[in-house]
Write a protein that binds this ligand. Sequence first.
Ligand SMILES: NC(=O)c1ccc[n+]([C@@H]2O[C@H](COP(=O)([O-])OP(=O)(O)OC[C@H]3O[C@@H](n4cnc5c(N)ncnc54)[C@H](O)[C@@H]3O)[C@@H](O)[C@H]2O)c1
Length: 249
Amino acid sequence: MSVEGKVVLITGAARGLGYEYARALGAAGARIVAGDVADCAAAAEAAGNGAIAMRLNVADVASADSMAEHAMDAFGRIDALINNAALYGSLRGGRFNQIAEADWDAAMAVNVKGIWNCCKAAVPAMRQSGGGSIINVASLAATYGMAFALHYTTSKAAVIGLTRGLARELGRDNIRVNAIAPSAVVTEGTAEFFGERLDRGLEVIRAQQTIQRTLEPSDLVGTIAWLISDGSQFVTGQTIAVDGGTVML
Ligand SMILES: NC(=O)c1ccc[n+]([C@@H]2O[C@H](COP(=O)([O-])OP(=O)(O)OC[C@H]3O[C@@H](n4cnc5c(N)ncnc54)[C@H](O)[C@@H]3O)[C@@H](O)[C@H]2O)c1
């Protein structure tokens, strides 16, 4: 169940979970291409192993294409794509009828269309090398049905639908498409999302879990590494809840 030598594209790698995926998968021998709208050179440095970093806006088709081109130039293949980038902490919550239309559109453009763009960019290279693994980051927000952030919840539910539909299209190419649905991990994004209600928010989330501790990034890295590895070669179209047993899919 190794990721050794696998070429892995990670979007949204400048901070939080994307940074941690780059660091941990690089340490496990993967060759990382890190992309973010922000500077993500630190993620490539933490990953080591010849990792490269680039500016990436997943909502822009040409930018997504350029990430795949950089990966092919540097490593000659793409084995996995982790669609981690999203608008999360920066989205303003509120009741469903108070969400700004611009925020709704931005959530869909980055969290949903951004994944579509990156899949379109990476799939030709995966086909060329005989297969690959795409991992989309959904959320407990969608599997549980989080209130007061309907744009975010809806965008993450769309990620689950995209995962299923694309898995059916790409099975014949030996490209697996799965999603993970994490509960809350303490990142800058989570701190921004909950603001002064962070401690209370985490307490409420923990109370719903059967394993009552806060999720750690390492819990996600293990699931992602397995989804990249050949150990999951017959698993596709699935959304794996990494939420301490909150929602049982
Ligand atoms: N942290 C959690 O508790 C949690 C729980 C469930 C799901 N998630 C999901 O996990 C992922 C990472 O979460 P996080 O807490 O690390 O978030 P974060 O906000 O800390 O990091 C997101 C990263 O995505 C980048 N990004 C935003 N828009 C982009 C764009 N258009 N193109 C490229 N990069 C862009 C940001 O610059 C940032 O570095 C997100 O998809 C989030 O929705 C997080």
